[in-house]
Design a protein around this ligand. Structure first.
Ligand code: SAM
Length: 240
């Protein structure tokens, strides 16, 4: 069953996700770094290091939100980075951020749906996506769009939450993720559902070999899995 942010809403998942991120956009960066104790920054940095071995002249950061992955990818000195996202309010925060960091000539933002992207076939050397694919309404459709817009030989770097498998981290994580995090998230973001949706969507999302099987079924090859911090998150690298 599909996990959606607002259980009482009759809207499709995509509209609900857009609305949720529009609502939490002003608090997103603070909550992200606070709730992860800053570890999310290290994860993006590692993902960028892994990408550095492959072509990265032109980068598309899908589900870019407030642009943290696009900013991290700027270390690779590509010629252009496009941050692409459904939520205008998240992009507004991203635009202000890249202005402040003097990266506006390198990083531009485009609003749209990653399941139907306004880009040409074989356009990008690399795709980055952080904590985005879990929110897609149609996961396979989104991932097949990644495949379409990547150049042959191009690389998709997907950073997403996963589930720790072993005692005691598994138990500690479930307690924090299911009990503490939604409570803090609710108070700070003032959105009653967003930070319950987070753990629910992570638990329902395919990770590890299940996610790799989906990628290879869509034509990606040489897929690598890098589990991070006891398996709380995973970086997948997949090539066209
Ligand atoms: C958790 S945020 C991640 C933001 C950023 N990548 C990061 O690393 O912090 C997820 C983002 O995915 C975007 N998103 C969800 N579904 C999308 C879709 N179908 N097309 C484009 N963006 C989408 C949301 O609007 C949101 O900004």
């Amino acid at each position: 069953m599909q996990v959606k942010p607002y259980k009482d809403s009759g809207q499709e998942k995509k509209q609900q996700v857009e609305q949720m991120f529009d609502r939490i956009a002003p608090k997103y960066d603070f909550l992200n770094h606070f709730l992860s104790l800053g570890i999310d920054k290290l994860w993006r940095r590692k993902a960028v290091r892994l990408l550095s071995q492959y072509a990265h002249e032109t980068v598309l950061d899908v589900a870019s939100g407030t642009g943290d992955f696009a900013v991290a990818a700027s270390r690779l000195k590509p010629t252009s980075i496009i941050g692409f996202d459904l939520s205008e309010k998240m992009l507004e925060v991203g635009r202000a951020k890249v202005q402040k960091l003097r990266l506006a000539s390198l990083i531009s933002f485009v609003k749209g749906d990653s399941e139907q992207m306004p880009f040409s076939d074989n356009q990008f050397d690399a795709i980055t996506v952080g904590f985005g694919v879990r929110n897609f309404e149609n996961l396979k459709q989104g991932l097949s769009e990644f495949f379409r817009v990547l150049k042959p030989g191009g690389t998709a770097v997907i950073l997403e939450f996963s589930k720790p498998r072993y005692f005691p981290m598994k138990q500690i994580y479930y307690f924090y993720f299911l009990k503490i995090l939604p409570w803090i998230g609710r108070i700070v973001s003032k959105d009653h559902s967003a930070y319950s949706y987070l753990p629910e969507s992570v638990l329902a999302f395919p990770d590890g070999q299940d996610f790799i099987n989906i990628l290879s079924g869509l034509g990606f090859s040489d897929i690598e899995e890098h589990r991070l911090t006891f398996g709380i998150a995973t970086i997948y690298l997949a090539h066209k």
